[in-house]
Design a protein around this ligand. Structure first.
Ligand code: ADP
Ligand code: ZN
Ligand code: ZN
Length: 822
C-alpha cells in the first residue's frame, strides 16, 4: 500500500502555526518545499499557501487534501523561510502575516482576489470548456472576484486553471479594484513566413511589383532589420509605418496575404526604462577612497559597517564602487532606500553607473511589475544583480546576496506601519545578511542613535566622511527668535519673519532658488472659532479636522471623514471661524503676497501621488521655472539641485515639542537633512530656522554642526530615562469600540505581563490620539532588558499574550504589537 504524503503549509492569515494537508496522488511528484499549494481553509475559503515541509507523519486530526500545486520550481527559498521565521518571532506576529507582507499580490490568489482580462485576453484560445466560460464571463463583466468564478464553474479548485490563464496573460490579478493596472501593450510586426534564401526573398518582391506601397513596407521591415532576412526580429508597428510612410493600409494587405503578422508584447516594465544608458562612474577622491578601503577592511571582520558621511560628501559614489566590487565577484546587491528617497533622480544616477544590471522594486509600481521582478529573481538562470528597492524588497528571493546597502539608515519609513508585521527593514536586513552570508553597509548623514551606539560599542564597524565633495562649505545656519521678532512686530501673518522674507527676495533677485520646509505632523491647518475656541473635530477619531483649500473641505487624515466648511460656529453660532495652523498649502498661497512675482511649487503627499507628477515637479525646478519649493519631509531627502541657496524652516517648535522620546533625534535629523539641500556645489547655502526656543539644545548642536555632541547628549538622556538603545521597547496596542472594556482588558493584560521578569511594563495608557475610526486605543509599553536573548524574551511575551487572548470571550479582541516603535 502506498504511503500517504503530507505537507505542512503556511496560510496568509493571522493564525498560529503551520497546517497539515494530505497530498493526493496526482500531486505527489510536485510536492516540494517553497512551492505554492492551493488549499481550502474553513468552509468555503480558498487560499494560496506555501509548503514548508513534506513528510509522511499523519497528523492527529483529520486532514483535507491540497487542491493543487501552482509552481514548477520553488518560489520561496529556504533562506527566505528563515527570515520569515525570525521576523515572526522578533516582531510578535504569525508566519502567515509575514507571508502576506513578503509576497506580491499576484502570487497570493485568494477567494477575494479580483480577476481582470490580461494583456493577451483577445488572442488567447481557450483550451477547454472551463477556460471558455471564464473568458466569456470576463468579456461580459470586465472584472470578477475569484469566488464568483468558483461558483460559476461549480468547482473549488479553480486556482490551477486561473494560474494557467495568468501564465498565458489571458487574465491578470489585483488585490483590489482600486489598484487596477493596465499594462502597456505594444504592437509589433514580424515575418509570417520563413524565408529560406535570397532568391525566395527576390520572388517575394517580384510578386509585389504591382503594389509599390506594400513593397515599401516590406522593404522598411528589412531595412529596420539591418537588411538581414535570415534572422529577423519583430519591429514596432509604429516605427515600421513611419519608416515606410504607410498609414496602415499596405501593412494590412501584407498581413492578409500572410507575409507579415502582428504580435503583441508588453513593454517590459521592470527593466525597460533602464536600457540604453551610457555608463558613467566617477573616480573617488582621496578622502572617499580612504573611506572606501576602510569599509572593505572592516567588513572582513564585521557583519555591518556604519558610514557616517555628511550630506554631499559622496556616500552614493562610495556605494557605487562597493557595488561594483561585489558584482565583480558575481554576487547580488540589495540597495535599500526609504520610500520617499527613491526618486527618479536616484534611479537614473545608479543606472548610469551600473547600467542595465539594476532593477527597481518600488511600492509606486503596480503589483504586476513587482510580481514580474519577484518571479524573475526566483526562476531566471541569471537574474539581475542589483535591486534598488524600498523596505519590502528584503523579501525578494535572492540567490547569492553579497551586499546590502541601507541608505539613509535612520529613516523612519524603513519601519512598516500598517498592516502588521511592523518590521524595520534596516534591522531585518542585518538578519538577512547574517543568514545569507552577505555584508551590510549602512549610511547616513545623521545615523540613528541605535546604529551609532552599535558602532561605538564595536558591534558595527564605523567610517566617517566629514567633508563635502567639491570642497563646498556646509551651509550657514541662522536661528530666528520668533518671540522676539513678534514683539518687535517684524512678523507677517504670525509665521513669516521679515528676516526670512528679505532673504527670499534677495535669493530670487540673484536668480537662485529656495526651499521652505514645514512639517505636517501635528500641525496641519484647522478651523477655530475666535469667539469661543471651538474646533471642528472628527466624529470617528480623536483629532481635529484638517482644512483643505483645494477641495474646500475639512478632512480627517485618519479615517477620511470629511465635511464642507461650516458657515458659523457650532457652539456659539457666531460666524467667527478662522483658519489656524500652517500647512504647505497655506504657505504656497501666502508667500507670494509678501514677495511679488514669486513662483511657487509644492511637494507633499497631495502633489506627488504619481511618478509623473514628481518628475514634472523636478523638471520645473531644474529649468528654474519656480523660485520656491515648499514641502513636507519629502523635500529633505536626496534632492540634488544645484541652484538652491536658501532653506527656510517655518516652524521648528512643533517638531521639537512633539511628545515622544525620539522627537529630539527626529528634529536634529530632519533639520540637518533639509539643510543639506542648500549650497550643494560651489557656494555656501543659508538655512533660516524660525523658533520660539532659540536656545533649545537641538538647535545649539545644529548650529555648531556637532552631530557627535548631539548623540552624546541624547545617549545620556536615554540612559537616564531607560529608553533605547539601553532597553528594547515593545508596544502592545489594544483596540475596542467600547472604552471601558478596552481599559479593563488592558489592565488585566498588564497584570499578566508583569509576571515576566527582566522587563518593565508601563501603562496601560491612552496614546496621543486615543480614538481612531471609532476604536478606542490603549497601550502598554514593555521595556525589555537588553542583555537577554531577544528572541527568547519575545517568545515568552508572545506566549503570555496569546494565552491571555485565547479564552473564547477574548478570541476576537483586537491587539497588535509594535516592536522597536519609531
Ligand atoms: P551624499 O550621497 O553623501 O549626499 P553624493 O554622492 O550625492 O553625496 O555627492 C554629492 C554630489 O557630489 C553629487 O552631485 C555627486 O555627483 C558629486 N560627487 C561626489 N563624489 C564625486 C566624485 N568622486 N566625482 C565626481 N562627483 C562626485
Ligand atoms: Zn464659537
Ligand atoms: Zn477620523
Amino acid at each position: 500500500m502506498a504511503e500517504n504524503l503530507y505537507v505542512n503549509v503556511i496560510l496568509p492569515l493571522r493564525l498560529e502555526g503551520a497546517f497539515t494537508y494530505e497530498v493526493p496522488n496526482e500531486w505527489k511528484v510536485q510536492a516540494e518545499v517553497g512551492k505554492r499549494a492551493v488549499v481550502q481553509f474553513g468552509k468555503r475559503k480558498i487560499y494560496t499557501a506555501i509548503i514548508i515541509s513534506v513528510h509522511k507523519e499523519p497528523p492527529a486530526y483529520e486532514t483535507k487534501s491540497i487542491l493543487s500545486i501552482l509552481d514548477d520550481k520553488p518560489i520561496v527559498t529556504a533562506n527566505q523561510l528563515l527570515l520569515w521565521e525570525w521576523i515572526s518571532r522578533y516582531y510578535l506576529c504569525t508566519l502567515g502575516e509575514v507571508m502576506k507582507a513578503a509576497l506580491p499580490t499576484g502570487l497570493k490568489l485568494e477567494s477575494e482576489s479580483v480577476v481582470f482580462p490580461g494583456l493577451l485576453f483577445d488572442e488567447y484560445e481557450p483550451a477547454n470548456d472551463d477556460e471558455l466560460r471564464i473568458k466569456n464571463l470576463l468579456a461580459e463583466k470586465e472584472s470578477v472576484v475569484l469566488s464568483e468564478i468558483q461558483s460559476l464553474l461549480e468547482k473549488k479548485n479553480i486556482q490551477s486553471i486561473i494560474h494557467k490563464l495568468l501564465q498565458n496573460q489571458c487574465v491578470q490579478i489585483e488585490e483590489s479594484l482600486a489598484q487596477r493596472y493596465v499594462p502597456k501593450r505594444v504592437e509589433f510586426i514580424d515575418l509570417a513566413l520563413s524565408i529560406e534564401s535570397e532568391e525566395h526573398l527576390n520572388n517575394l518582391f517580384q510578386q509585389l511589383q504591382r503594389a509599390p506601397k506594400q513593397s515599401d513596407v516590406l522593404l522598411a521591415f528589412f531595412s529596420l532589420n539591418k537588411s538581414r532576412f535570415d534572422i529577423t526580429v519583430p519591429i514596432k508597428k509604429e516605427e515600421l509605418l513611419k519608416t515606410a510612410k504607410d498609414e496602415g493600409g499596405a501593412l494590412k494587405k501584407l498581413i492578409e496575404k500572410g507575409v507579415l503578422k502582428s504580435v503583441f508584447f508588453e513593454e517590459s516594465r521592470v527593466f525597460a526604462k533602464l536600457r540604453e544608458i551610457k555608463l558613467e562612474k566617477n573616480p573617488l577622491n582621496s578622502l572617499q577612497e580612504e573611506a572606501f578601503f576602510s569599509i572593505q577592511k572592516q567588513l572582513e571582520e564585521k557583519q555591518v559597517v556604519l558610514l557616517h558621511g555628511i550630506t554631499s560628501s559622496g556616500k552614493t559614489e562610495i556605494y557605487i564602487h562597493l557595488i561594483e566590487e561585489v558584482l565583480r565577484r558575481g554576487k547580488q546587491v540589495l540597495y535599500l532606500l526609504p520610500e520617499i528617497a527613491l526618486t527618479s533622480q536616484m534611479v537614473h544616477r545608479l543606472c548610469k553607473a551600473l547600467g542595465n544590471r539594476v532593477a527597481v522594486y518600488h511600492s509606486k509600481y503596480s503589483d504586476n511589475e513587482r510580481t514580474e521582478l519577484y518571479l524573475h529573481l526566483a526562476t531566471a538562470k541569471e537574474p539581475v544583480s542589483v535591486i534598488l528597492g524600498v523596505r519590502s524588497s528584503i523579501f525578494l528571493p535572492f540567490k547569492n546576496l553579497g551586499l546590502i546597502i541601507v541608505d539613509e539608515e535612520h529613516e523612519a519609513s524603513y519601519k512598516q506601519q500598517s498592516p502588521e508585521p511592523y518590521y524595520n527593514a534596516r534591522d531585518a536586513a542585518v538578519i538577512l545578511a547574517m543568514q545569507t552570508g552577505a555584508k551590510v553597509v549602512m549610511g547616513s548623514a545623521t545615523p540613528s542613535i541605535e546604529s551609532y551606539y552599535n558602532a561605538k560599542t564595536g558591534k558595527y564597524g564605523f567610517v566617517e566622511l566629514l567633508q563635502r565633495f567639491h570642497q563646498a562649505e556646509v551651509p550657514q545656519i541662522s536661528i530666528i527668535d520668533m518671540k522676539d521678532e513678534r514683539k518687535k512686530r517684524r512678523v507677517r501673518q504670525h509665521y513669516y519673519s521679515d528676516l526670512l522674507l528679505k532673504e527670499l527676495i534677495q535669493t530670487k533677485e540673484r536668480g537662485k532658488q529656495a526651499i521652505i520646509f514645514q512639517n505636517r505632523r501635528g500641525y496641519s491647518p484647522y478651523l477655530e472659532c475666535e469667539e469661543c475656541g471651538w474646533v471642528p473635530g472628527c466624529v470617528n477619531c480623536d483629532v481635529k479636522l484638517t482644512y483643505h483649500k483645494t477641495f474646500n473641505k475639512l478632512v480627517c487624515h485618519y479615517c477620511g471623514y470629511s465635511i464642507s466648511i461650516p458657515g458659523e460656529c457650532k457652539e456659539c453660532k457666531m460666524p467667527a471661524l478662522k483658519i489656524k495652523g500652517i500647512g504647505t498649502e497655506r504657505i504656497e498661497d501666502e508667500l507670494p503676497m509678501f514677495v511679488s512675482g514669486l513662483r511657487m511649487a509644492r511637494m507633499d503627499l497631495d502633489t506627488t501621488r504619481t511618478k509623473n507628477k514628481i518628475e514634472k515637479l523636478f523638471e520645473s525646478i531644474e529649468n528654474k521655472e519656480i523660485d520656491v519649493l515648499v514641502g513636507t519631509q519629502m523635500v529633505t531627502k536626496g534632492l540634488d539641485f544645484e541652484n538652491i541657496e536658501l532653506i527656510g524652516i517655518i516652524d521648528a517648535d512643533t517638531m521639537l515639542n512633539f511628545p515622544d522620546f525620539r522627537s529630539n533625534e527626529r528634529s536634529f535629523q530632519l533639520f540637518t537633512q533639509v539643510s543639506g539641500r542648500a549650497g550643494r556645489r560651489n557656494h555656501q547655502g543659508l538655512v533660516m530656522i524660525q523658533t520660539s526656543q532659540p536656545k533649545h539644545p537641538v538647535l545649539m548642536f545644529l548650529l555648531q554642526n556637532d552631530y557627535k555632541g548631539f548623540v552624546q547628549w541624547q545617549l545620556e538622556e536615554r540612559k537616564k530615562f531607560n529608553y533605547p538603545p539601553f532597553v528594547r521597547i515593545v508596544k502592545i496596542e489594544l483596540k475596542n469600540k467600547d472604552l471601558s472594556q478596552v481599559r479593563e482588558i488592558s489592565k488585566k493584560l498588564a497584570f499578566e505581563l508583569r509576571k515576566i521578569k527582566s522587563m518593565e511594563v508601563l501603562g496601560p495608557q491612552a496614546p496621543i490620539i486615543g480614538k481612531i475610526q471609532n476604536y478606542y486605543i490603549m497601550e502598554l509599553w514593555l521595556k525589555l532588558n537588553r542583555n537577554n536573548d531577544a528572541l527568547k524574551q519575545r517568545d515568552e511575551v508572545y506566549a503570555t499574550i496569546h494565552r491571555f487572548f485565547s479564552v473564547p470571550e477574548l478570541r476576537y479582541f483586537k491587539w497588535l504589537a509594535d516592536v522597536d516603535p519609531m
